[in-house]
Design a binder for this molecule. Structure first.
Ligand SMILES: Nc1ncnc2c1ncn2[C@@H]1O[C@H](COP(=O)(O)OP(=O)(O)OP(=O)(O)O)[C@@H](O)[C@H]1O
Ligand SMILES: [Mg+2]
Length: 248
């Protein structure tokens, strides 16, 4: 399974899809397309539409209009990502959160894995993303990283490659940590930007990756902006990046 972060989808400094980069990513995914699921992030565009009332990833029911704008922006981005993948020859099939996810008491659970398993059985690459779901009272932001954790667990993924816009998980000195576990998580140099990120930035990603590792699915966090790193991580070779495992 591969997560393509918003910073990989988008052109530097902008919020438009970088079609050229996505075509290159599609070429790196292609050799694994027979048994691959992809989740993409949403990056800056839908995030800018989030109301200031978001606390702990919850949006009050009174912000219905903002929720609708965010949902439309996510849906639009999802279509653009799919178009770029399909246009690059990847046999991708997109599914929105509403189509496959079930939220109970605010928790993403009961994924309709039968649907995803059928897509995989037909050698298509399911392409999913996060979004906003109704979770009365109000709404809840479901991060694409949470989607990765739920789906990778349910499908018993062999591994997750998280393609993001940094070389890996950095320690306090700025060096890439080759392996992150619960035992050395205190060495991670979390930047202040994570506190402003509605879906938790690297902090949220690591928590999802650690939970996955504990359920038997190891991860590798790589820089998807650098050509070849996703391919190398998928092939299981040596690559600049950080593994996230139960123990190193
Ligand atoms: N210790 C750290 N090591 C690496 N990156 C960190 C660290 N602390 C904070 N970050 C931030 O985390 C960011 C990556 O997480 P972010 O959520 O922005 O990307 P993503 O999950 O790939 O994209 P999206 O959220 O759009 O799917 C980096 O750009 C960096 O600024
Ligand atoms: Mg993120």
């Amino acid at each position: 399974m591969v997560k393509i972060g918003g910073g990989v989808l988008q052109a530097p400094g902008g919020s438009d899809i970088d079609a050229e980069r996505l075509a290159r990513v599609a070429r790196e995914l292609q050799p694994h397309a027979a048994a691959l699921a992809v989740v993409h992030g949403v990056g800056a565009r839908p995030r800018r539409l989030l109301p200031s009332s978001v606390v702990n990833r919850r949006i009050p029911a009174s912000d219905l209009e903002a929720v609708e704008r965010v949902r439309e922006a996510v849906a639009q981005l999802h279509r653009e990502v799919l178009d770029a993948f399909v246009g690059s020859g990847l046999a991708a099939r997109g599914w929105t959160l509403d189509e496959w996810a079930v939220v109970r008491e605010g928790v993403l659970c009961g994924q309709r894995t039968a649907l995803l398993e059928q897509v995989l059985a037909h050698r298509r690459v399911p392409v999913l993303c996060g979004g906003v779901l109704g979770a009365a009272p109000g709404f809840r932001i479901v991060s694409s990283d949470e989607v990765v954790r739920c789906v990778a667990t349910a499908l018993r993924a062999r591994q997750v490659v998280w393609a993001t816009d940094v070389d890996g998980v950095l320690d306090a000195s700025g060096a890439v940590m080759p392996c992150v576990t619960r035992q050395n998580i205190q060495d991670v140099g979390i930047r202040a930007s994570d506190a402003r990120d509605a879906t938790g930035g690297m902090t949220g990603k690591l928590e999802n990756a650690l939970l996955l590792a504990e359920s038997g699915v190891p991860s590798c966090i790589v820089n998807g902006r650098v050509p070849g790193r996703i391919a190398a991580a998928l092939a299981g070779g040596r690559v600049v990046g950080s593994r996230v495992e139960e123990s190193c």
